[in-house]
Write a protein of this length. Sequence first.
Length: 314
Amino acid sequence: SSFYRMGGRNETKVMYFILLGFPTTAELQLLLFSTLLLVYLLTVLENLLIILIIRNNHSLHKPMYFFLGNLSFLEIWYVSVIEPKMLVDVLSHDKCISFQGCMTQLYFFVTFVCTEYILLAVMAYDRFVAICKPLRYPLIMSHKFCAQLIAGCWMCGLITSSTKLSFIARLSYCDVDKINHYFCDISPLLNISCSDSSLAELVDFTLALMVIMVPLCTVVASYICIIFTVLKIPSSQGRQKAFSTCSSHLTVVILFYSTTLFTYAHPKLMYTYRANKLVSVLYTVVVPLLNPLIYCLRNKEVRFAMRKAFTCRR
């Protein structure tokens, strides 16, 4: 049995959950597995390539690329928390995950999501200083300050995740051990809980609002200032050059924020829609695959560094 009695009372505690994932036929199972495996390997390789190119190219030793390298490092772990288990479950009949395993997956996933929100806001601030305060840029964005910003992103992610998990892990899961998702996320766990989850929901909603809205406001404010500054540049070539340094970051921000915003702004309400599982695929599988491609295709310096690296090897 997946339940045990607690102190002779009628409360029971789930020992494991069953992740329902995506219902597929036997014919489609192998195709889905192959596609997900290819996407996972490509995502990891793309991000590793970006880290290596930034590390080995002295022209990319700038705050903008320091943050990009950290984003790539973050996304390798971000997909590795979800996709390997997802791949095993596609082929396996036993889609179980232990209660501890589920909480661990949730803890790291929430940590990485929250860290990415704040990191993308930090990258927007970096672009704001570079374009709006170019003369003071080297002084403001020093190595020490950049390292402090990265440490702050991770600290916020870890604290937010620990706080959310301390409330979610206390909930009781009585008669339902099936999670209608492909990984342990906040919304499915809140929905299958048989105890009063109102406090956990309130804490989750408040923290989600802070972690999403504060970085989002930072991004919006930064780009409003950037737009006004760029419009004052007299030459069209100068305006184009200024915008080109922001275009890749802005594309990544729009992709990540738009796919996660509605899911985490009101998780329990959003879970009632079947589309939530498909939206989750976008930000756990598709967006991490596209991000390195966006930075490589839309950023001239990264493209040049890649060409240089491959030319030297040949």
